[in-house]
Design a protein around this ligand. Structure first.
Ligand code: NAG
Ligand code: NAG
Ligand code: NAG
Ligand code: NAG
Ligand code: NAG
Ligand code: NAG
Length: 682
């Protein structure tokens, strides 16, 4: 592969390590012709009907209790019942949470009524103690999103509206602020909305709870001009990130007073951590603040390096300091990760994890809360109508347009309709094995699960053509900020980041290769025909059904897929001999130039490389203490390299753990011959 083609002047921005080809059962063509416009609309309308069935039964409590045909607020009698009291604050939770779902459903009258009801009914002067995080994402986010659509011109503009929702959001924000008054700036997990902090409050919180408030808090600040919220959330975000381990991982639980991680220091992408990563990327998208993109890039590289399993499917719980696997369980919340990967541009990784989750869904007709990947068994069997899996399905469908994802959505709708639809609404599933229903409809069933499902089938939704900076929060709330609310990048930073070139490769559908190594047949077989589709079924010990059987052949063979490590960290050496790290390379050795860096002498330079999303090798991300931004070039001008290229030392190649780097050489100096590859080992 010629690297010069896409990075013409590049010497070392790319490093190639051979990618293993995976051959599996011969893929056959699939029958997708069934997805006509009419069929999509019909499924969309069934989703809409289910949504209104849930909403119309809901009254003004926090949550609908669909089996007892009533509603529930906080558990006043038992303050220790955090299952209820963490979310229910006696503030009409579900109503606030669904405001912008009316926008997605294109129901202007419903939106107007809901906004009026929120204004008339909801007060935050309540003696309840909900979680700061849950209240932020469900209530603050709901109010802000409602405000954005009610106030901006467009089909949902309400002529009588005078910013009431924003005032309510401001009031709520001020009630949450005292939680941040800790030595670290990390907010306490819960706060009484009327009385503020109480004595004896738990000091422990989780990474997601403390570190993913920036979308709502900063939007509140930008819209009201009251900067305290953005500052508090910003400080909390970096209070988490600055405590990451040497390998770039953040823990799950942290003490808000001391800033110490709580043992066991285990981390992953799911419960307790998930939205921290999500908000790093999404706040960058919404605000353009590149600091958050940098956090995302580094965090992603570490997660992919340590948490992703060797086959590239599941993401494990690992020790945050060593990266060693700690538990082999995955949770239902982690099913959001493929959606985030799509947003970041890593579609191939997203497809894999989503496939694994879809097989989990097919096996259980829902996603069990916790699943043990080594015993291939669910260990916690509830499914409270969580949105994460269907959210990722929507992102993947938008990115690939593969009708496979419509099949997934139709199956989800079928299962929810059959298992959860009761006379008075939608019931969560307490135990997937026995179809035991729960007398609870969590607010996210309407504000997220059915919203994303509706969007999946609503091809013409205006959001799908909206190329603005909008994001869905972790609670599925639509936020966008106009240019008047964005900060200009400082001239020096703009100059610094001018040449950045982030990659977001377009999706290339999987084509049937018919056993040959090149893409000759041109027959698009889609996700179901991928070579690793039956492997991913094997991950959850699911037997192939008739439809699967059309995609594989008994005469095919299967191999365990293996992915290359996502990132490497090593010390450069010109000849394969171990060099000690040069802890402070002088400008004579390594020097910044306008479009990147020049290495005059590679010896001892610590280098960090990270895989590219387009599958074409690795990018250098760090050199010594410098950060190499995407698109920056690394020139190597070390004459000893050319000498060693002429006489490669085989002994060095066999050296344990050696990484052989192949650099594409272009003429930057007369000493080099144009287009001759040079090898050196690290
Ligand atoms: C493809 O799907 C459509 C609609 O489900 C069906 O009518 C048709 O018979 C199928 N074609 C084949 C070749 O299976
Ligand atoms: C809870 O909210 C309802 C209105 O939805 C109100 O009537 C009731 O008094 C509130 N309860 C308490 C204890 O504040
Ligand atoms: C859900 O249940 C209601 C009442 O039992 C029924 O009217 C409705 O058709 C059902 N919806 C779906 C999609 O099954
Ligand atoms: C595969 O197809 C693409 C686009 O059709 C083409 O650019 C590429 O060269 C092909 N690869 C091979 C190995 O034939
Ligand atoms: C590169 O630096 C190392 C010390 O870090 C030195 O021993 C070596 O001679 C240098 N090479 C050249 C070509 O200057
Ligand atoms: C490359 O190295 C040579 C000799 O070591 C030096 O004369 C030249 O200026 C260097 N080129 C760049 C672009 O730094």
């Amino acid at each position: 592969m010629k690297l010069g083609r896409f990075l013409p002047k590049c010497l070392a921005a790319l490093v190639l390590i051979s990618l293993e080809r995976i051959q599996c059962a011969a893929a056959l063509a699939s029958n997708y012709s069934g997805w006509t416009i009419e069929r999509k609309l019909a499924v969309r309308e069934r989703t809409r009907a289910l949504w209104y069935h849930g909403f119309d039964n809901y009254m003004d409590h926090d949550e609908l209790t669909p089996l007892s045909c009533s509603g529930q607020g906080p558990d006043w009698a038992n303050p220790a019942n955090v299952g209820a009291n963490d979310v229910a604050g006696n503030f009409s939770l579900t109503l606030v949470d669904v405001l912008d779902t009316f926008v997605v459903l294109n129901d202007r009258i419903g939106f107007e009524n809901a906004v009026k009801n929120v204004i008339h009914w909801v007060s935050f002067d309540v003696n309840t103690k909900p979680q700061v995080f849950e209240t932020t994402i469900r209530v603050l986010g709901g109010l802000l999103s409602g405000h954005i659509f009610a106030s901006q011109s467009g089909p949902f503009h309400l002529p009588w509206y005078r910013g009431e929702l924003l005032s309510m959001a401001h009031d709520l924000g001020k009630r949450l602020l005292p939680a941040f008054a800790t030595p670290t700036g990390l907010p306490l997990a819960r706060i009484n909305l009327r009385h503020g902090l109480s004595r004896g409050e738990t000091l422990e919180t989780c990474t997601a709870g403390a570190g993913s408030l920036i979308l709502e808090f900063a939007t509140l600040s930008r819209l009201t001009g009251d900067e305290r919220f953005e500052k508090a959330a910003y400080k909390a975000f970096f209070a988490i990130w600055n405590r990451k381990s040497d390998i770039g991982l953040v823990g799950n639980t942290i003490n808000t007073w001391t800033g110490d991680w709580t043992s066991p220091e285990v981390t992953g992408i799911g419960a307790g951590i998930d939205s921290f990563y999500e908000y790093a990327l999404k706040w960058y998208i919404l605000s353009g603040e590149t600091e958050f993109l940098d956090v995302w890039d580094d965090a992603y590289a570490s997660i992919m390096r340590y948490s992703r399993s060797m086959d590239g499917f599941w993401y494990r719980l690992v020790n945050m300091r060593s990266g060693d696997v700690a538990y082999n369980t995955v949770d239902s919340l982690s099913a959001f990760w493929p959606g985030l990967q799509v947003l970041a541009g890593d579609i191939q990784s997203a497809i894999k994890l989503h496939m694994a989750y879809y097989n989990l869904w097919r096996k259980h007709s829902g996603i069990p809360e916790v699943y043990d990947t080594s015993f291939k068994q669910a260990t916690s069997h509830g499914y409270p109508l969580r949105p994460e899996f269907i959210e990722s399905t929507w992102y993947l469908y938008r990115a690939t347009h593969d009708p496979y994802y419509l099949e997934v959505g139709e199956r989800v709708l079928f299962d929810i309709s059959t298992r959860s639809n009761v006379t008075c609404g939608l019931a969560g599933i307490k135990d997937l094995r026995y179809n035991e229903q729960d007398d609870r409809m969590e607010s996210f069933a309407l504000s997220e699960t059915l919203k994303y499902l509706f969007l999946l089938f609503d091809e013409e939704n205006p959001l799908h053509k909206d190329d603005s900076n909008y994001v869905f929060t972790t609670e599925g709330h639509l936020l966008k900020l106009g240019p008047e609310h964005l900060r200009e990048m400082s001239p020096s930073r703009r100059k610094l980041r001018k040449i950045e070139d982030h990659q977001c490769p377009a999706y290339q559908p999987f084509r049937s290769a018919r056993g040959r190594r090149v893409n000759d047949s041109g027959l698009v077989v889609g996700i179901q025909g991928r070579a690793d589709a039956d492997y991913s079924r094997e991950l959850v010990a699911l037997d192939a059904n008739e439809a699967d059987s059309t995609h594989w052949s008994r005469s095919g063979w299967c191999e365990r897929p293996k992915v290359e490590l996502f990132s490497y960290d090593f010390i450069l050496s010109p000849n394969g001999k171990v060099s000690p790290e040069d802890l402070s390379p002088s400008k004579v050795k390594l020097e910044p130039v306008p479009d990147g860096y020049v290495i005059q002498n590679v010896t001892g330079i610590r280098t960090h490389i990270v895989q590219r999303f387009d599958g074409r090798g690795y990018d250098v991300r760090k050199l010594g203490h410098y950060t190499v931004r995407p698109g920056q070039l690394v020139y190597i001008n070390d004459s000893s390299l050319l000498l060693s290229a002429a006489s490669p030392s085989t002994a060095a190649i066999e050296h344990f753990g050696a990484i052989q780097l192949r650099f594409y050489v272009d003429a930057v100096d007369t000493m080099f011959t144009k287009n001759s590859p040079a090898n050196f080992k690290a």
